[in-house]
Design a protein around this ligand. Structure first.
Ligand code: AHG
Ligand code: MN
Ligand code: MN
Length: 340
C-alpha cells in the first residue's frame, strides 16, 4: 500500500506511538474533529442552495457580525466534542468565555483542551470563496478531574500538542501536526473518507507570494510599508506576486504549498492587528514551523508569547522562513517592539 492510499483513520492509528502520553485520547480527539469537519463541510457545500446565508443577527464578543454558518460550525464542533466527552474544556472565537466540560454533574478525567476558530474567513461565505476551521490542542495544566480554569487555555503556543485546519475549498482538506511534521488529507466526498494526499508538507525554501490586505496600506507600520515596496521592486527574483483571499486558512495553505508570506500587521486603528493569538495565530504558527516555515509578530516568535486573555489579538507575519526574516528586518529598523 502506498502512503497515498492511507486514510486519515489509518494514519492516526499508525502514528499513535508518537505521543508521549494518553495517545488514545488524543487520537479520539483528532477523530472527533475529523467527523465534525465532515458535517460542517456538508453544510458549507450547500450554502448557496439553502437559506443559510447572511447574518444570524448577532455579534460575537469582539463586536463582529456573526454569519449563520459561524454559529452552525461552532455548534457542530462543540456538540461533537462535548457529547463524546473527549476533552475537559473548549474555547472558541465565537464564545464569550471558555466552556468547562467537567462540572454540572459531568465528570471526566480527560486531559486536553481545544481552542478553535470554527469558521475562518466567514465574510467570504456568501461569495462562494473558501473558508476554513482552525484548531489547537493543549494538555491541561490544572489537576485532572477538576473543572478547567483560564490557566489551562492561556498557555504559550509552544505548549501545543497538536494543531490543524480544515480548508473547505475546491476540495476539502484536513491538515494537521502533532509536532512530527505536517500531513494533509483530502476528503473524498462520495465516500466521506480523508486520504493522505500531502504527506510531510514543507514550505519551499524560497517564496515569491506576499499576502496582505493592501487596502489598509496607509495605516500600516513603516516597516510593513517598506517590506511591501521591497516585494514590488524589480530586482533579482522580484517583483513578487500578490495574492490575498481574505481567509487566513486558504492564504496560508496556498503559501505553504507554493512559498509565500502572509501578513496581518498592527495598524494605526488596530494596534494589535486583527487576528487572534489563541484561535488563529498559535495553531497556524505551530503548523508553519513544523513545515519549515516561521511565524512572528514582526519582532518575536509567536509561539513564545505568553497570552493574558482568551480573545487576545496579535500582529502576524507567517510563512516561508526567509521571507518572514526579511519582513522582520524591515520592522526592526523602526521600532524595538510591536505597537501596543
Ligand atoms: P474570521 O472570519 O474568523 O473572523 O477571520 C477572518 C480573518 C482572516 O481569516 C482573514 O485573513 C482576515 O480576517 C481578513 O481580514 P481583512 O478583511 O481585514 O483583510
Ligand atoms: Mn478567523
Ligand atoms: Mn471565525
Amino acid at each position: 500500500m502506498t502512503d497515498k492510499s492511507k486514510t486519515l483513520g489509518e494514519f492516526i492509528i499508525n502514528n499513535q506511538g508518537e505521543f508521549k502520553y494518553s495517545s488514545g485520547e488524543l487520537s479520539r480527539l483528532i477523530n472527533s474533529i475529523r467527523l465534525a469537519g465532515k458535517v460542517v463541510n456538508h453544510e458549507v457545500n450547500k450554502a448557496g442552495l439553502v437559506d443559510i446565508l447572511g447574518s444570524a443577527g448577532d455579534e460575537n464578543v469582539q463586536g463582529e457580525d456573526q454569519q449563520k454558518l459561524d454559529v452552525y460550525a461552532n455548534d457542530v464542533f462543540i456538540n461533537t466534542l462535548v457529547k463524546r466527552e473527549i476533552v475537559c474544556g473548549i474555547a472558541s472565537e465565537e464564545e464569550d468565555d471558555y466552556i468547562s466540560i467537567i462540572g454540572n454533574n459531568k465528570k471526566n478525567d480527560n486531559k486536553y483542551v481545544v481552542l478553535m476558530d470554527p469558521l475562518d474567513g466567514s465574510s467570504n461565505i456568501d461569495v462562494n470563496v473558501s473558508v476554513g476551521t482552525i484548531f489547537s490542542i493543549y494538555r491541561r495544566v490544572t489537576p485532572e478531574g477538576s473543572p478547567v480554569t483560564l490557566e489551562d487555555f492561556l498557555q504559550p503556543g509552544n505548549k501545543q500538542v497538536a494543531a490543524g485546519y480544515i480548508v473547505y475549498g475546491t476540495s476539502t482538506m484536513l491538515v494537521y501536526t502533532t509536532g512530527h511534521g505536517v500531513n494533509g488529507f483530502t476528503l473524498l466526498p462520495a465516500i466521506g473518507t480523508y486520504y493522505l494526499s500531502h504527506p510531510n508538507m514543507k514550505f519551499p525554501e524560497n517564496g515569491n507570494i506576499y499576502s496582505v490586505n493592501e487596502g489598509n496600506y496607509v495605516h500600516f507600520p513603516q516597516g510593513v510599508k517598506d517590506y511591501i515596496k521591497y516585494c514590488q521592486k524589480e530586482e533579482e527574483d522580484r517583483p513578487y506576486t500578490s495574492r490575498y483571499i481574505g481567509s487566513l486558512v486558504s492564504d496560508f495553505h496556498r503559501n505553504m504549498i507554493k512559498g509565500g508570506i502572509y501578513i496581518y500587521p498592527n495598524t494605526s486603528q488596530n494596534p494589535n492587528g486583527k487576528l487572534r493569538l489563541l484561535y488563529e495565530c498559535n495553531p497556524m504558527s505551530f503548523i508553519a514551523e513544523q513545515a519549515g516555515g516561521s511565524a512572528s509578530n514582526g519582532f518575536d516568535r509567536i509561539l513564545d508569547i505568553q497570552p493574558n486573555e482568551l480573545h487576545q489579538r496579535v500582529p502576524f507575519f507567517c510563512g516561508t522562513k526567509s521571507m518572514v526574516e526579511k519582513a522582520e528586518s524591515f520592522m526592526k529598523k523602526y521600532k524595538s517592539s510591536p505597537a501596543v
